[in-house]
Design a binder for this molecule. Sequence first.
Ligand code: SF4
Length: 112
Amino acid sequence: MNPISIPADCLTCGACCFSQLPTYVRVTGDDWSRLGDHAETVAHFIGSRAYMKMTEGHCGALAVSEGAQGREYYCLVYEQRPQVCRDLARGSPQCEAELEQKAARARAAGLS
Ligand code: SF4
């Protein structure tokens, strides 16, 4: 098996923002407060807990554009993103696992 190649820049990846689970990105009370005016738009409650809204297999706050590095993925609420997103460090074992499971899915996604 080939070793996982960690991207030099998260902008060229986006894999960790993909999931089919509606409860993939937990939004805590602190996260909700940090999201401020964006909270009602990008997050919602499922039962008694809040989560980022998911759409077509990825977080609804994930966007893509053509940039200097080709396809670039970016978070529409990057400065206010939930803690769970902040905690996932590029190059960490969790990042490697996300890449292994989802990099192809991210590359194939028809984001707009
Ligand atoms: S909030 Fe931003 S960083 Fe977190 S999963 Fe959604 S798009 Fe990715």
